[in-house]
Design a protein around this ligand. Sequence first.
Ligand code: PHE
Length: 425
Amino acid sequence: MGFILASMGSAVGLGNVWRFPYITGQYGGAAFILLYIGCALAVGIPLLLAEFLIGRKTQRNPVGAFKTLRPRSPWVFTGWLGVISSFVILSYYAVVGGWVLHYVYLSLIDSFTGKSPEQITALFVSMNANPWLQIFWLLMLMLLTVVIVSRGVSRGIEIGNKIMMPLLFALLLVLLFYALQTDGAAAGLEFLLRPQWQELGRSAVLEALGQALFSLSLGMGAMITYGSYLSRQTNLVRCAFFVAAGDTLVAILAGFVVFPLVFSFGLEPSAGPGLIFRTLPIAFAQLPAGYWVALAFFVLLSFAALTSSLSLLEVACAYFVDEQRWSRTQATWTLGIVIFLLGIPSAVGAEFLGFMDGLATNYLLPTGALLIAVFTGWVLMPAERREEFSAGEGSVFRFACWSFLIRFISPVAVILIFLHQLHWF
Ligand code: PHE
């Protein structure tokens, strides 16, 4: 249970509530969601199992895991790629996490009640135009992350997740209930449910794949790291299903809250990274007890962001502690400072944030995912795979299904998506 919650904590985060709705908005809605679900099923779940399996088998960080399984082979590069990805992602993730902290502050001083949609949009615009403010909140988020990771991930996080995750979910349901009663609900639902295939651009498939990987924390070893804390009694299949289902549910729920509001208040679905910061406070401004709902929502969202940023820092930290023999304190503070500095350009310029995000989700994570799938499906011996898979899971049929997916479907899907992006077909 603790493990499921911790990996759920890593998976559920800004990717679900911030990124999923705005990307879906930019790619025209329902058709993109279907692509996303396809990627989560064909690549996401098999890969989640593969990462858990590699982590549990080796009980090591991503670099150490590949070193253990295939000593002195180039596969260790896959682990390295994961460590690099964790730097890139955390540097801008923490900036957006900082925005959420700023919105906690705005909720606290009652900035939304009675405000018009234009005034609420202006709050986001003025925050975005103020680099110092963003750097300040980036620093706060990194400090929180470093302090928690330096104390070890286990206990606090587990308890926190147990309380906060269900609360976040419940609050999204409350918001859904409100959103569905606004005037634009029908238009919002139509946008989410009626696929407009012709509006999808060429990059939509790659974007859907990137989003699925990002949202499930895959392709960079975060789930290898978490899997390394597992015992052989755990049923990996059940864990993977819980995590994937919970994560997808939260993302879709966030979409169903955001788009009715977008259409009700005449906003652009393709408004970009500011989407939830412009839409949700409008609902808070009008809800009875909106002050408390806003405060609770942003506190819970910052918690969700934090449990994900922890897992990002943990990947790099586990590597430096295990392989380079740094102390945990030394590793977390050094890495924290480096990542904070790396995050400053993203706080100063939205273009840079977009660049880092594109680099991670369109290139680093799919490449990592491809390498991990090929490694698990083709480099590990069938006996090695089966032995680890079967610990805690008796079904031969499930093993056969997963083997097929991870050997043929997942890698081929990633390769096809890359080729499609390169205009090969
Ligand atoms: N899955 C997290 C989210 O959706 C982000 C993340 C990506 C965390 C990669 C760890 C690794 O917010």
